[in-house]
Every structure is written in structure tokens, then in C-alpha cells.
Ligand binder design. Structure first.
Ligand code: IPD
Ligand code: CA
Ligand code: CA
Length: 270
């Protein structure tokens, strides 16, 4: 917990309680995922290529138990057990992706994370993303900057596309969206240094926040993929919008996140 103390400096007591709870939950869930990573997996299909494993379920259970104990009666939007984001009431809600990058986890590809946000009226107030394999804890609160393992982070300063490393993702319903996904890639790929499809949207956003990536875009994401990551990118000085550069909340499925220099250049291409 020492690594969030600097991030907490200057925040009020309410935010401190929320951020501590989100951090404890993310670290606990990450520990569970890390242990399960080494063992054989129980894989169930939610769709043709959309997996859920024992780790998604165990992680979510642990997170929800910690949040319920500290904030009884809270409204929670969580991918595996309460995912009806279209009917979420106004006001405060915890938004939880217990394991972002499940396909990677199931295949032993070590790029996945836990993502937890606390949001009020669709605006993220607190965000925590934890990558258990690298033991990297990203956190942010609104107005308090973005942090990685206790160090302040910022988006990159790169201002030309040809020097930029950007990332994207492919939705599970790729069959219905292949033409759009490929035409965006077709335009962006020759204009940038390279494109990654690493397989965990929340972690991709955290990587934009700390400057490892200069930009990221994807269609058909869900609030639990983006609610914490949006706050990290914005608190790190970056810009998060829809593909037209318009205002955005985690309930908008398409997202374009980048440092402020290349954001509009990417938007033009996408
Ligand atoms: C998925 C990952 C992936 C993205 C998908 C997401 P999940 O989340 O973030 O990178 O391309 O759109 O659904 O299912 O691993 O939590
Ligand atoms: Ca996800
Ligand atoms: Ca997930």
C-alpha cells in the first residue's frame, strides 16, 4: 500500500477511502490470478472466441467481497456477474473488469490486468489498474494525476505519427466488424512506427498513460474495459474521445486515446 501514498497526497478523505479499497481489491485479485496462471485452466465459452476462466470468476468474487465489506450497498457493474450497463442508474457505481485480457491469460501470454473504477454519473473519480505479472499498479483520482507504483506518470510527448507506437484491439464480434477494423488498420499502419494488438484494452490505456504507447483505439468496448483507463490517460495529460474527437464516457463503445499531440492526427486517419 506504500506505493499509493504519494498518489493520495492532497485528496480528501472520501477519495482516499475509495482509492485504498480499489487498490486492496486489485492487489488481492491480482494475487489470485497470478497463482492460477501457472495451473491448468477451466475455460468456458461465452461466444465463439469469448472466453471466461476460473480466474475471471475468482478475481471478481474477491473484488466484490472487498468492495461490499467496505462500501455495503454500493451499485456495482462487473463483467461476469452484473454486466447490464445499459440500465445502470445515475449516481455512484463501481465498474469492475476482474481480468482484462482473458484470452492472453488462457494462452499463457503474460499481458493482462485487473481494472477497477469508481464513477459518479459516468465520470470516473478513482481508477486502479493492476498487472499481476509485472507487479505494476497504476492509479489515479480525478485531479490528482496518474501514478505507477508510486511514481507520477505522463503521456508521451511524441508529436509525429511516424515516430509513434500505437495499439488497437479487435472485438469478439469481429465477423460483424471486419471491414471497419481492417480499413482503420489499413490507414493507420503505414502512417505510424508500428501497431500493437496486445490483448488487454485496460492495460493498453494504462500504457498510453505512462507513455509506453502513444495512442490506442478500439471499437465495441464496454465500460469495464475503459473506465479506469480513461481516468489514467486524462490524469496523465492525454486525451480520450470518440473517433470524431467528440466528448466521451466509458459507455461509448468506440474509444480513441492518445497524447495531445497525435490525438487529432490519429482521429483524422481513423
Ligand atoms: C477484452 C480485451 C481485448 C479487447 C476486447 C475486450 P476481456 O477484454 O480487453 O484486448 O480487444 O475488446 O473485450 O474479455 O479480456 O476482459
Ligand atoms: Ca475487458
Ligand atoms: Ca474481463
Amino acid at each position: 500500500m506504500k506505493r499509493i501514498e504519494k498518489c493520495l497526497e492532497g485528496c480528501g478523505q472520501d477519495i482516499a477511502l475509495l482509492l485504498r479499497a480499489a487498490t486492496i481489491a486489485a492487489l488481492e485479485a491480482g494475487g489470485i490470478i497470478r497463482e492460477m496462471y501457472e495451473n491448468p485452466h477451466q475455460i468456458r465459452l461465452k461466444g465463439a472466441i469469448d472466453l471466461v476462466t476460473e480466474a475471471d470468476i475468482a478475481s471478481e468474487k474477491a473484488i466484490l467481497a472487498i468492495l461490499a465489506q467496505r462500501f455495503p450497498g454500493s451499485i456495482v457493474l462487473a463483467e461476469e456477474s452484473s454486466s447490464d450497463y445499459e440500465n445502470i442508474p445515475a449516481g455512484p457505481v463501481w465498474i469492475v473488469d476482474p481480468l482484462d485480457g482473458t484470452t492472453n491469460f488462457a494462452h499463457g501470454f503474460p499481458y493482462f490486468c485487473v481494472s477497477i473504477a469508481y464513477s459518479v454519473d459516468k465520470v470516473s473519480q478513482v481508477g486502479v489498474i493492476y498487472c499481476p505479472i509485472l507487479d505494476e499498479l497504476f492509479c489515479a483520482w480525478q485531479g490528482g494525476g496518474a501514478w505507477l507504483n508510486g511514481q507520477r506518470i505522463n503521456v508521451s510527448g511524441r508529436d509525429s505519427l511516424i515516430e509513434s507506437l500505437v495499439a488497437t484491439g479487435f472485438p469478439y464480434d469481429i465477423q460483424d466488424n471486419l471491414a471497419q477494423v481492417m480499413s482503420q488498420l489499413h490507414r493507420v499502419l503505414p502512417a505510424v512506427r508500428d501497431v500493437r494488438r496486445a490483448g488487454a484494452a485496460a492495460l493498453d490505456l494504462a500504457y498510453v498513460a505512462c507513455g509506453r504507447l502513444d495512442g490506442f483505439w478500439e471499437i465495441n468496448l464496454k465500460p469495464w474495459d475503459t473506465a479506469a483507463g480513461q481516468l489514467l490517460v486524462e490524469e496523465a495529460g492525454g486525451t480520450v474521445t470518440d473517433f470524431k474527437g467528440g466528448s466521451w464516457t466509458p459507455y461509448v463503445p468506440e474509444v480513441l486515446a492518445a497524447n495531445g499531440h497525435i490525438h487529432s492526427l490519429l482521429a483524422e486517419l481513423i
